[in-house]
Design a binder for this molecule. Structure first.
Ligand SMILES: Cc1cc2nc3c(=O)[nH]c(=O)nc-3n(C[C@H](O)[C@H](O)[C@H](O)COP(=O)(O)OP(=O)(O)OC[C@H]3O[C@@H](n4cnc5c(N)ncnc54)[C@H](O)[C@@H]3O)c2cc1C
Length: 433
């Protein structure tokens, strides 16, 4: 009997627990450990920041749904991972021993990289979790009462640009509905070399399409921007040229600001010697396994992946939902193989597929592989994409309540456009019993 522990009940961890339970023999035990007692659907969090969702609408209690499928759940923040002892130590002193550990802890915001960044000690909002989006919503209500300029964007070393674009367009839509948009100039400030780069060197004509979208919405933009500091109500940015030389300095006043920070690994993961890179992100091989600890796997935003290309201001590559799902499938397949006495050979595809909401319209992009040149490149915009994102939210939450492992619609839809969840070389057998 083996005990498989999934650390993190997020977009990667929850589906991983369900898939592991379905794939492995019942004699093996699966337990999820998460710092909160609920699952939150992170892609919907930007809606909470403008009052279009409540916390209750996009979260669900993890324990009852996992328990229904025979999966254990422990609520508590892990303070230490002890790979030689194969155990986790929760901050309240409880210990959890494992035979296999799947780290799916997501990210930590590196606010310390830019003076004045972030909601804790700084002056900008962040909409990454429900806990952070609620104060952002309070700040949005202040903006409605006292309209003024807005800055939105992503700082140097950021890798997750989607929420910045979504929030800019969602905020524009919300402000128009409240009839105050005419008193709110919006400036988009990003480390990307061009709009629509997204940390993946663009997808199709994402540059042209995002410029078109922002022009239509009267959103000004500054690219190649390195944010040097943020003071109350003022953001200081240095705009670089293509050679990385200073082209222009900007001082942008704001009444409301939301800047995507760079991400690092969470403290308990970052502290493990030999597990992580200097940014605290887990170094994995092509089978999602730690290069130093063979019984530790990692999936999701917590893993280290190299930037797609060098940019004048440093940017990172995003880890999006579909890519994470393919990592999870590879991990499940590999743990199952090892428990069955076979080598771990499955690899994730690491393709990118994203539905971005723009409030009243939206965009969908597909990049296969994530790194150009690509076999599949697709970027499309329209009102339908807004509804597709809502449908996807409902579907994903339904899947998390039901404990579904192989969503037929998802598989069907993605196969229609030529994507497969595992590389063709990987064994198709996930060992479902
Ligand atoms: C605002 C936002 C919007 C996004 N929108 C999209 C989108 O539309 N489409 C898309 O494809 N991707 C999107 N992404 C990117 C990506 O899909 C998400 O970041 C996704 O949530 C990452 O999944 P994860 O499982 O790696 O981490 P998370 O979903 O963040 O889950 C990590 C879990 O680990 C827990 N945890 C962390 N540390 C500890 C600890 N020490 N002890 C116990 N538990 C711990 C956390 O509480 C959390 O539950 C978005 C990202 C953000 C930030």
């Amino acid at each position: 009997m083996a005990h498989i522990v999934v650390l993190g009940a997020g977009l990667g961890g929850m589906p991983a627990a369900y898939e592991l339970r379905a794939a492995l023999d019942r004699k093996h035990q699966v337990t999820v450990v998460n710092e909160t007692d609920y699952f939150q659907f992170v892609p919907s969090v930007p809606w909470l920041a403008v009052g279009w969702r409540t916390r209750e609408a996009i979260t669900l209690p993890a324990a009852p749904y996992l328990k229904k499928r025979g999966i254990g759940f422990i609520a508590g923040r892990v303070g230490k991972i002890d790979p030689p002892g194969s155990r986790l130590i929760i901050e309240d002193g409880r210990e959890v021993a494992y035979d296999y550990l799947l780290i799916a802890t997501g990210l930590r915001c590196a606010y310390e990289d830019v003076p004045g960044l972030g909601p804790d000690q700084g002056h900008t909002q962040w909409i990454g979790t429900v806990d952070e989006a609620e104060p952002a919503y309070a700040d949005f209500r202040k903006l409605l009462a006292n309209p003024g300029p807005v800055v939105i964007g992503a700082v140097q070393f950021a890798s997750c640009f989607g929420p910045a674009y979504e929030y800019a367009a969602i905020l524009d839509t919300a402000l128009r509905r409240h009839r105050v948009r005419d008193r709110v100039p919006i400036t988009f400030v990003t480390s990307e070399p061009y709009l629509g780069h997204l940390g993946i060197a663009g997808v199709g004509d994402s540059k042209g399409m995002m410029e078109h979208e922002f022009r239509n919405r009267h959103i000004k933009w500054i690219v190649n921007a390195r944010v040097s500091k943020i003071e109350p109500g003022k953001l200081f940015a240095e705009e670089l040229d293509a050679k990385g030389q200073l082209a222009q300095q900007h001082e942008i006043a704001f009444a409301h600001a939301m800047m995507v920070p760079a991400f690092k690994g969470v403290a308990a993961v970052a502290a493990v010697e030999g597990l992580v890179n200097p940014r605290g992100l887990v170094i994995v091989d092509e089978h999602q396994r730690s290069t130093n600890y063979p019984n530790i796997y990692a999936a999701g935003a917590c893993i280290a992946i190299p930037p797609v290309e060098v940019t004048p201001v440093p940017t990172g590559a995003p880890k999006t939902g579909y890519m994470i799902e393919s990592m999870v499938s590879a991990v499940v397949s590999n743990i199952h193989a090892e428990l069955s006495g076979r080598p771990a050979e499955a690899k994730a595809t690491w393709n990118a597929f994203c539905i971005a909401d723009f409030g009243d319209t939206g965009a969908v992009f597909i990049a296969q592989p994530q790194m150009p040149p690509r076999n599949v490149t697709w970027f499309a915009q329209g009102r339908w994409a807004h509804w597709a994102k809502i449908a996807f939210e409902k579907y994903f939450l339904y899947k998390m309540r039901r404990g579904g492992t192989e969503p037929i619609f998802e598989k069907w839809a993605l196969h229609m456009i030529g994507l497969a969840r595992l590389k063709p070389t990987a064994p198709a057998d996930t060992g479902k019993k």
